[in-house]
Design a binder for this molecule. Structure first.
Ligand SMILES: NC(=O)c1ccc[n+]([C@@H]2O[C@H](COP(=O)([O-])OP(=O)(O)OC[C@H]3O[C@@H](n4cnc5c(N)ncnc54)[C@H](OP(=O)(O)O)[C@@H]3O)[C@@H](O)[C@H]2O)c1
Length: 260
């Protein structure tokens, strides 16, 4: 009997020397996605909006730990001129793009009747216009990749809603709608477009959740533990890599069974 040797997992991923843009990657889920992709030899474009030195420090960590090339693009993804400049900088440095992860997002909860127009606009601008701006800016470059992949980070709230999260829920449902349409539009150019809907993940974003709500959320997780940024990053690795070559237009929940 002949034994077929399977390629090493790293070869199946095929991310060595490819290039990934990860928005909102100075910390939290975005940094973890960048780190896991870098661990497979993928060059990284980091982005953040409020702390330039944090992005530089994150870049240095990736360079030292994984020997990859890192470009830092500071700026607000809700501004189309910023994402257009990012695309120019990525082309100038790498001449290619293989993976776009739309991760940058904000959470600013409020009950109906209590929210300001500024709050509503800011959430929709960053969470919805942000991914649309980057998909506009980067699609042409992604189409030149042998295996282009766009990953839009949504949320469980975009699928099942929550009290006090009308705007955030609407923004994350919009991300899923944009994913479906972009998947249909870009399939002809061999670009896969998928979404990840994380559940309750331990990052700065949930640090202000009151203790009783925190306990309620933990109790609603079938796997009985809070998610870690790395749980999301490993799913992003699957969608970014050649492990998912025939997967497009999907929403993958990473929520430990919160939504079953
Ligand atoms: N944590 C959860 O439980 C959870 C659950 C479901 C979905 N998500 C989604 O997962 C994504 C990441 O969340 P997280 O928990 O890692 O959040 P986080 O810890 O608050 O980090 C947010 C990241 O987004 C960046 N960012 C915010 N606004 C930006 C803008 N306008 N332009 C560019 N970058 C911007 C931040 O940059 P600075 O450091 O410069 O501020 C930071 O790097 C978000 O889309 C969020 O909605 C999170």
């Amino acid at each position: 009997m002949s034994i077929k040797s399977e390629p090493h997992a790293g070869n199946l991923c095929n991310l060595q020397d490819r290039v990934a843009v990860v928005t909102g990657s100075s910390r939290g889920i975005g940094f973890e996605i960048a780190r896991v992709l870098a661990s497979q030899g993928c060059n990284i474009v980091l982005n953040g909006v409020s702390n330039e030195s944090a992005i530089e420090a994150a870049a240095e960590t990736l360079r030292q730990d994984y020997g990859v090339d890192v470009l830092c693009c500071f700026g607000d993804v809700s501004d189309a001129s910023v994402t257009a400049d990012m695309a120019k900088a990525v082309f100038k440095k790498f001449k290619r793009l293989d993976v776009l992860v739309n991760n940058a997002g904000i959470l600013d909860d409020g009950l109906l009747g209590m929210m300001t127009q500024d709050q509503i606009n800011r959430t929709l601008d960053i969470n919805v216009k942000g991914p649309i701006n980057t998909m506009q800016a980067f699609s042409r470059l992604l189409a030149r990749s042998p295996s282009g992949s766009i990953i839009n980070i949504s949320s469980i709230i975009g699928r099942e809603g929550n009290r006090g999260q009308v705007v955030y829920g609407a923004s994350k449902a919009a991300v899923i709608g944009a994913t479906y349409s972009a998947a249909k539009e870009l399939a002809a150019q061999n670009i896969r477009v998928n979404s990840i809907a994380p559940g309750y993940i331990k990052t700065d974003m949930i640090s202000a959740v009151p203790e009783d709500t925190h306990q309620e959320r933990l109790d609603s997780i079938a796997m009985k533990r809070i998610g870690q940024a790395e749980d999301v990053a490993r799913t992003a690795l699957f969608l970014a890599s050649d492990l998912s070559l025939y997967v497009t237009g999907q929403v993958i929940g990473v929520d430990g069974g919160m939504l079953i």
